[in-house]
Write a protein that binds this ligand. Sequence first.
Ligand SMILES: Nc1nc2c(c(=O)[nH]1)N[C@H]1C(S)=C(S)[C@@H](COP(=O)(O)O)O[C@H]1N2
Ligand SMILES: [Mo]
Length: 298
Amino acid sequence: MAYRWTNTLTQADITPKAAYLNRRQILAGTVGLGAIGLAGGAQAQELEPNTLEEITSYNNFYEFGTGKEDPARNAHQLVTSPWSIKVAGMVDNPGDYALADLLDGLTVEDRIYRFRCVEAWSMVIPWNGIELADILNKVGVQSGAKYVAFETVVQPDNMIGVQRRVLDFPYVEGLRLDEAMHPLTIMATGIYGEPISNQNGAPIRLVVPWKYGFKSIKSIVGITLTDEEPPTSWNKANAREYGFYSNVNPNVDHPRWSQASERKIGGGLFASRQETLMFNGYPEVASLYEGQDLSVDI
Ligand SMILES: Nc1nc2c(c(=O)[nH]1)N[C@H]1C(S)=C(S)[C@@H](COP(=O)(O)O)O[C@H]1N2
Ligand SMILES: [Mo]
């Protein structure tokens, strides 16, 4: 199949904002090289990270309203300290962990990832985060566990979208265990080397770069290991349109729009759309889905 992909960009250490900006040319060059010789002739795409302003002012966080600018306007009401995460289910060390205790001793890494919303817009975001696998290994996943379920905090007094019941809250998401353990999957705590903003999911949110953005659940207070596929918010809201897997796939359209191309935020009103890449440009995850029909397992 003529999938189109480019290479992954990762950074091993935290880099201040200025250094990200200086890397622009290097990033563009790397992508061009990575594209050479791949099936279908992948087109070099601009991987210049979006600005912090763009990343923090155009958001989906329905707990704070459904408009793209609502989270930036309302999420200052989110109370992020103290913060604890309840780890439950098929783990050796369940419990209510203070966030600092859960992350203690684990490595925060830089990851410059494409981010693709199911609504066909995209960004490039320089996250700081911890591999989810490191957290799961720390709490000890028991054999027999097959899925990880996540839950977002509910602070009704502080969340206008919760008061209006725009979705069935708490927002819940899930991954298959092999997806959760993949080294690309991170729990982000920062952007551009600064603490993650409330509207982006403070103090800690999931980032799964090869899946549509709604899988990357924000402001997490619950992690549960289970042997059954957990319910997910958008699948509960509309199962025909939003599946459990929700891998970025230019060949499988949303029932109401094409997924073949996307609009990169910050490109300006008249910027041309860019091609959507299979698995959002992360071919290394393809082996997770061997033997699955991705037009059925949407
Ligand atoms: N709790 C919660 N998590 C959420 C959402 C939400 O409404 N509530 N929206 C999702 C969607 S649709 C997208 S595209 C991304 C947006 O992340 P960003 O605002 O950091 O770009 O968050 C996802 N995580
Ligand atoms: Mo989204």
